[in-house]
Design a binder for this molecule. Structure first.
Ligand code: G3P
Ligand code: CA
Length: 389
């Protein structure tokens, strides 16, 4: 299911001890600030398309969410300034009046200050979201104008106490605003900025009359970003959503894959009995390759862990997916101990950093094409180390 974060780890309660790496790091990967060259107005393609992206590709997960509240323009900007090759901007959910906004989930109690708005107290409710009872406030119950009165906040303050410094600073961005930001940054840098939006819970929203695929296609088309070589990769946990997108737009498409024993929610709704374990077999990969250019597996599908959470041996997924012509962009690398494999942790502080460089090195060695990370600066340095080896 799209809500699952297989390596999310523990929310801890320990005191903060480690300073975050941060905003001072400016990057490789095209962060050429102040360069007057302009991206040609008619050239909305990303050079040679997704195959021309640097490998391994460093993808800023929800921006630079290790350092800023996720899915804010502040988070996206920092990821770009740190040198991320592609920015996951954003996870897309709709408003009541049909606009696309950037939130990881439709429920926004944990990532905004909505609970501090008495005028919205009565909107708090419980819904079944992809089979999971979920209580809070949902984007589909708010107009865009209402959502714009809210401010973003840090989702996991126990792990990222420093990020709370920025609580209240940024609005919830719309997808249209993201595309304007992308255009402006491309112009400023003289090269196309790549983004990697994800459609969240497409089946859930379609049943509410808020189909996502057509809306995303329309916005991309209107901005001239719906072509094979456009600098926009589109992802979803629901294979049927990617199939639908394949008929609407030319962009590179990626099927996200959660834990092996799970079923994509669209499969649950349509009665398709297959699990992710089936999809990663050669027949499943071949089928996905008929409508997608890549897969985004959880890291645990790349290297198995033992019962203690230590990395063991790589699976054959990289080889098998490449054999079908699919690229692999697994998720999600994070610097804090609880999110790292046990053998790359240092101490037990939940807001302390372990050895992400060791973990990056191990995952890069499997031949993955890129990785989503909350810490793009760390990812860029790890990539440089890897390429020098
Ligand atoms: O999109 C890749 C990765 O973001 C998938 O996980 O749950 O963080 O959207 P999630
Ligand atoms: Ca995502």
């Amino acid at each position: 299911m799209g809500t699952q974060e297989s390596n999310e780890g523990l929310n801890g309660t320990g005191p903060g001890r480690r300073a975050l790496l941060g905003a001072a790091v400016l990057g490789a990967g095209g962060a050429v600030l102040g360069v007057p060259a302009t991206a040609r107005a008619d050239e909305k393609h990303g050079g040679g398309g997704y195959k021309s992206l640097p490998k391994p590709t460093i993808i800023g997960h929800r921006g630079a969410s290790g350092y800023r509240p996720e899915h804010t323009l502040g988070s996206y900007q920092l990821a770009l300034d740190m040198g991320a090759h592609v920015i996951e901007a954003g996870d897309l959910v709709p408003t009541k009046d049909g606009h696309l906004v950037c939130r990881h989930e439709p429920e926004i109690g944990g990532t905004t200050d909505v609970s501090a708005h008495p005028e919205f107290a009565s909107r708090k409710t419980t819904k079944l979201l992809d089979g999971v009872s979920t209580t809070g406030w949902f984007t589909e119950d708010f107009t865009l104008a209402e959502l714009k009165t809210l401010r973003a906040k840090e989702r996991i303050p126990a792990n990222r106490p420093h990020n709370t410094l920025y609580d209240g600073r940024w609005e919830i961005p719309t997808f249209e605003e993201v595309l304007r930001w992308r255009e402006e940054q491309s112009r400023k840098r003289g090269k196309q900025v790549w983004i990697y939006p994800e459609l969240k819970h497409p089946t859930y929203f379609r049943k509410l009359g808020l189909g996502l695929e057509e809306r995303v296609a329309k916005v991309l088309r209107r901005n001239g970003l719906d072509k094979k070589n456009s600098p926009v990769i589109v992802q979803s946990f629901e294979p049927t959503s990617i199939q639908r997108l394949n008929k609407l737009i030319g962009n590179p498409l990626v099927v996200l894959l959660s834990a092996a024993n799970t079923r994509p929610w669209d499969f649950v709704e349509t009665g398709d009995p297959r699990t992710v374990a089936d999809l990663v077999k050669p027949a499943g990969l071949k089928e996905m390759a008929s409508y997608a250019q890549g897969i985004g597996p959880t890291l645990d599908l790349i290297i198995l862990k033992d019962a203690s959470g230590n990395l063991t041996t790589p699976t054959t997924l990289v080889r098998d997916a490449h054999a079908e012509g699919l690229i692999l962009h697994p998720y999600t690398m994070r610097n804090e101990n609880p999110f790292l494999p046990t053998n790359f942790r240092k101490g037990t502080d939940v807001d302390g950093y372990g050895d992400p460089f060791g973990a990056f090195r191990t995952y890069f060695a499997t031949g993955i094409d890129g990785v989503f990370t909350d810490n793009p600066d760390t990812g860029i340095l790890a990539r440089e180390d890897f390429l020098k080896r």
